[in-house]
Design a protein around this ligand. Structure first.
Ligand code: ADP
Ligand code: GLC
Length: 478
């Protein structure tokens, strides 16, 4: 039996700000329980939903030093759907209204979390063969592990995997401060270790010290070796390219299933979507105050409203797009200018545009189920889960060919009648608008072809089955 520990800053169903939570909360379920004992370490945020906080049970506690600070570390436990989740409790660090906020404070918070996650293991009597770390928040885990090994036999021989879900976020602050926060010896703050461009970089520490580095799609694994996507670490990604691979994310096909989803009103599958799916469109139009029209092409957007997701392109063409026979339904929060942009167009084109500037799990499911197409013109996209949810719900993705979007959406080929979506290559407003209009044309004029695209998308398998197998191969290679 191999023991694996996931360490991450978010996980469904407990706390989620993006796709990272979907991955951390679902992947552990898809390993063979006879062969792998996979557990998950998370922070116990005050902002976690009450219904979950109530269910946690106390395991143990201890005091740990973080340089000159002495901090309480509580460990709580919850077994959920067969997986053991441990929660690190410390009200001083995890009392925010959101998991992340001020960068410097986040660095101290997750330095504490990383060190506490390792320090707790002997007390929990769990010695993992492999620790699987996710994103910059856990970048210090392989570094502390390296440091712990010298003094403590328990930690010798534990291997680490560092998965990069988004290279843009690295956890960077000046070296002096990070030295003071972490209490790590000066030795670690050199250009071949934690230091990058004179500052200390937590993700870099993880990438340097992990035994293997992965990203969440093959294309992104290649892209980040180039300056445009490399976020100033492309040199390092090239240097580590022997240990770097891309494994595309899967989706929890039990949670995301239009035939059983309790959050949608009308269930359907690949055999009856032609008649049934549209009922969800009518229901959503009614719920959001859009014009009732089952024929109009409804385009959905569910996203963090940030530059990464291509909202400057969308902002630029909204007026043009709204001249067409389409409805646009957006759900998201993030940068104020994009929140206001959607509010503005919802006011300008009432009945046609719906701006939902909040976070809602149920509405997101309803949008995936109701829409005809899903727009995701990302500037970069390590994997992207929204397009996978769309494919599963028979909602045709319109995407830019980057990262995971390129790997999971097969562009429609009019002549062979093949494909699962529409895509364009360059980050360019006109290219995007042209491909959206091309999709409109197929939707209105070649309805059979459109339905074929839907059908092909719904029949693709983006469950965890294949990708979990690739993680198994990776674990076994260590
Ligand atoms: P990222 O992790 O970069 O945000 P992904 O496509 O991997 O992008 O994952 C985004 C996840 O967050 C999806 O599950 C999507 O449905 C969800 N999501 C984003 N914004 C919202 C929102 N406002 N309400 C509900 N779910 C949202
Ligand atoms: C990040 C990426 C997204 C990816 C998710 C889960 O948030 O932006 O593309 O799907 O992590 O891996």
């Amino acid at each position: 039996m191999k023991k694996i520990l996931f360490v991450a800053s978010e996980s469904v169903p407990f706390i989620k700000t993006g796709g990272l939570a979907d991955v951390v909360g679902s992947l552990p379920k898809y390993f063979d329980k006879e062969k792998y004992d996979v557990r998950v370490m998370l922070p116990k945020y005050m902002c976690m939903k009450e219904e979950w906080k109530e269910k946690l049970t106390y395991k143990t506690h201890f005091y740990m030093d973080l340089n000159w600070r002495e901090q309480y570390v509580g460990i709580l436990e919850l077994v959920h759907e067969g997986i053991t989740f441990w929660f690190i409790d410390n009200e001083y660090y995890f009392n925010g209204f959101t998991p992340y906020g001020d960068t410097k404070w986040d660095i101290e918070k997750f330095a504490f979390f990383s060190k506490a996650s390792l320090s707790a293991l002997p007390l929990l009597d769990f010695r993992p063969d492999i620790i699987h770390c996710h994103d910059w928040q856990t970048g210090l885990v392989p570094v502390y592990l390296d440091n712990f090994r010298y003094g403590n036999e328990f930690f010798r021989g534990i291997k680490t995997v560092m998965t990069i879900h988004n290279l843009k976020f690295q956890g960077v602050w000046d070296t002096k401060t990070v030295k003071d926060i972490t209490g790590l010896p000066a030795y670690y703050f050199a250009p071949d270790k934690l230091e990058a461009y004179k500052d200390a970089n937590l993700l870099k520490g993880g990438i340097v010290y992990a035994d293997r580095v992965t990203t969440v799609s093959s294309s992104y694994a290649e892209e980040i070796k180039q300056p445009f996507y490399g976020e100033r670490l492309d040199g390092l990604m090239n240097a580590r390219s022997n240990c770097l691979s891309g494994i595309v994310n899967g989706l929890d096909y039990n949670e995301w299933n239009p035939a059983t989803d309790p959050m949608i009103e009308h269930h359907y599958d690949a055999s009856n979507f032609r008649k049934e799916k549209v009922k969800n469109k009518l229901a959503l139009q009614e719920a959001l105050g859009l014009n009732q029209d089952k024929k109009v092409m409804m385009i959905g957007i569910v996203s963090r409203l940030t530059d990464q997701k291509g909202f400057d392109l969308i902002a630029y063409v909204m007026d043009d797009l709204c001249q067409d026979a389409v409805q646009i339904v957006a759900l998201g929060t993030g940068e104020e200018r994009y929140e206001n942009m959607f509010r503005h167009f919802a006011w300008k084109y009432q009945g046609k545009v719906s701006a939902n500037i909040y976070y809602s799990e149920p509405i997101s499911h309803k949008i995936y189920a109701a829409c005809d197409a899903f727009l995701m013109p990302s500037l970069f996209e390590p994997c992207g889960l929204s397009q996978l949810m769309s494919l599963r719900y028979g909602t045709v993705p319109i995407v830019r060919e980057t990262g995971g979007l390129k790997d999971t959406v097969e562009p429609y080929n009019e002549f062979e009648k093949k494909g699962t979506g529409f895509s364009f290559a360059n980050y360019n407003v006109h290219e995007m608008l042209a491909v959206i209009r091309y999709a409109e044309k197929i939707y209105y004029d070649k309805r059979r072809d459109w339905n074929k695209i839907v059908e092909q998308g719904m029949s693709r398998d983006f469950s965890w089955k294949n990708s979990a197998k690739q993680y198994v191969d990776l674990y076994e290679s260590l």
